[in-house]
Design a protein around this ligand. Structure first.
Ligand code: PEP
Ligand code: MG
Length: 605
């Protein structure tokens, strides 16, 4: 077989520096040691089952096989973008994995062990993989290295199956050593919510898109991150050194002396820039011609609160409440929600907090709703299914609990606004308002004192339908928050978290900008407060364009606020309006990007 020499060469190569490019998620530079979450976790504890559980374990195994096939299939599809030698090495390996995930001896044996030995699926897979590996290793064959390789392939597939069998959304990252760089095939938003930014120096994954919720979480936590790094996890080994640049979108494995020097310099430059920007905290966010621009923070998890305070945010423009529902098997009750919202509202000391009710669906993984205490199914196309307000109106009891907690916080702790996700028709706002009023009446009957005027109820404008019907939605809503992450996804039919189409995801596409402009102008005409809270808002290069389109409130991840403020303070609104006019005349996304990049404040652009 020719695979052996190839492997030997590649073993030598594995000691060498290797550079990977992915999607820059930001937050600076990290230098550390690989911690590979795709590596086998400690063996799953052995589990026996009773006869009535056999069918469920067989089904779990079938599900894990399907997931594993999908994962390996994805890796296989991506090979074409790797250098030829890497393809030659990896293709036979991945093909062997796929064969083992078809009707192989490993799967047949594992199923049999579930049935006859009454073993849990992960224990059955482990035992069968070990039994096959032992048979391979004792075979009469001179090619001992080949035998060892084949045995390790069986074990590897056994481990992949075990990971998919035992992994639940409550993956723990507690064992990650301090200062480690986390590598993973994929990190879900629920996983990201468990990361401790004080321990983890950086994150790099194979999957993911620039504005997916995982990316948003990582930005929010201020963890230097690069997503969509093809081939990285295959090439990395635990303990490898890494230089990760979240701004440039590069990951250098086993950096040589030069790459280390460059990495250290970038790290120091980032720290200096942060100190410099920190000095802007107390200065007003005002253009050179005196226009005030409100810079608010998006908040994903309460751990971000200190960062928000440091950044000098003028309130919270988007509190995503999904975190409260993640990584648990039950649903948070009214009091638990109250405590959580109250903590945030109190910390903002009188600045308004816009709390968005649960936006379940799409890539957001909420166990209790997916298959837990209140199961809901989104159908074959979750992004187009029962997402956001659609789900809440179908299950009003969820909305009622959330409204009750928010109304109490608004009455007792500080100013709040309530935001509805994924609105597409005005009636959804009207129905939600009725529910809010019903909840208010119920609270008053319970003795809770609420002001006569309930908090403003706003609509996310994040689908093309909502943007184009913004004037109609404005008749029902008290304010708009334009969500360009979903707006770009739905307008361009490009999944925001899907690495394969990440190159097509472009909020500067004229179609997206026209919708932003249309919705903003409708709001301004009707004197409805409007903000933009998609990831675009935190990109300082886009600030002149967004102000030129008429926006005066931007809500972004807290760490972006100082940089955006610095840009605002150098801008003239007339220049911004001229830039926006020129941009809106263009039809080519590339030309728009050039105009935006080439904009120089104060120059005749
Ligand atoms: C958006 O879609 O732009 C948005 C802000 O909401 P989320 O990212 O939570 O979907
Ligand atoms: Mg959205």
């Amino acid at each position: 077989m020719k695979t052996e020499p190839t492997r030997r060469t590649s073993a030598a190569k594995r000691a060498q520096e290797a550079v990977f490019r992915g999607i820059p998620i930001g937050a600076g530079v990290a230098i550390g040691t690989v911690f590979d979450t795709t590596e086998a976790p400690a063996e799953a504890p052995r589990r026996n089952i009773s006869p009535p559980e056999v069918e469920a374990e067989r089904q779990s195994l079938a599900r894990a096989v399907a997931i594993s096939r999908k994962q390996v299939g994805k890796l296989r599809n991506r090979l074409s973008i790797l250098p030829e030698e890497a393809q030659e090495e990896l293709a036979p390996l991945l093909d062997a994995y796929l064969m083992m995930l078809a009707d192989s001896r490993l799967l047949r044996g594992a199923r049999k062990r579930i049935e006859t030995e009454l073993l849990a699926a992960e224990t059955a897979v482990h035992d069968e993989a070990e039994a096959i590996a032992a048979i391979i290793l004792t075979a009469k064959d001179d090619d001992k290295a080949g035998l060892r390789r084949r045995a390790s392939e069986v074990r590897e597939i056994g481990r992949r199956l075990t990971r998919n069998l035992t992994q639940n959304p409550f993956r723990s990252f507690k064992d990650v050593p301090e200062g480690a760089i986390l590598l993973a095939d994929e990190l879900t938003p629920a996983d990201a919510a468990l990361l401790d930014p004080s321990r983890i120096a950086g994150v790099a994954t194979e999957e993911g898109g620039a504005d997916g919720h995982t990316a948003i979480m990582l930005r929010a936590l201020g963890i230097p991150s690069v997503l969509g790094c093809h081939g990285l996890t295959e090439a990395a080994q635990p303990g490898d050194h890494v230089v990760l640049d979240g701004t440039a979108g590069t990951v250098v494995l086993r950096p040589g002396p030069e790459a280390l020097v460059v990495g250290k310099a970038a790290l120091a430059a980032f720290a200096r820039e942060r100190v410099k920007l920190g000095k802007l905290r107390r200065l007003p966010s005002e253009t050179t011609d005196g226009e005030l621009v409100e810079l608010q923070a998006n908040l994903e998890i309460p751990a971000e609160l200190p960062l928000i305070a440091q950044a000098g945010a003028q309130g919270i423009g988007l509190l995503r409440t999904e975190f409260l529902f993640m990584n648990r098997e039950d649903l948070p009750d009214e009091d638990a929600q109250y405590v959580s919202y109250a903590q945030v509202v109190a910390a903002m000391a009188g600045d308004s907090v816009t709390i968005r009710v649960l936006d379940w669906g799409g890539e957001k993984d909420i166990q209790a709703l997916a298959d837990g205490v209140a199961p809901l199914h989104t159908g074959p196309n979750p992004a187009l299914g029962l997402r956001g307000i659609r789900m809440l109106l179908k299950r009003p009891e969820l909305l009622e609990v959330q409204f009750a907690a928010i109304l109490r916080v608004g009455a007792e702790v500080g100013p709040v606004r309530i935001l509805l996700p994924m609105v597409t028709v005005p009636d959804e706002v009207a129905q939600a308002r009725e529910i809010m009023e019903r909840v208010a009446r119920r609270l008053r009957r319970r003795g809770v004192t609420l002001p006569e005027k309930l908090p403003p109820l706003g609509a996310m404008i994040e689908t093309p339908g909502a943007a184009l019907a913004a004037d109609a939605i404005a008749l029902e809503a008290d304010f708009f928050a334009i969500g360009t992450n979903d707006l770009a996804m739905y307008t361009l039919a490009v999944d925001r978290a899907e690495v394969e189409v990440a190159h097509l995801y472009d909020p500067l596409h004229p179609a997206v900008l026209r919708l932003v402009q249309f919705a903003t102008e409708a709001a301004l005409r009707l004197r409805l407060p409007v903000s933009l809270c998609g990831e675009m808002a935190g990109n300082a290069r886009l600030t002149p364009l967004l102000l030129g389109l008429g926006l005066r409130t931007l809500s972004m991840n807290a760490s972006a606020i100082p940089r955006v403020k610095q840009v605002v303070r150098g801008l003239d609104i007339g220049d911004c309006a001229r830039l926006a006019r020129r941009v809106m005349e263009q039809v080519e996304p590339r030309r728009i990007a050039e105009l935006v990049e080439g904009f120089v404040p104060g120059a005749r652009n």
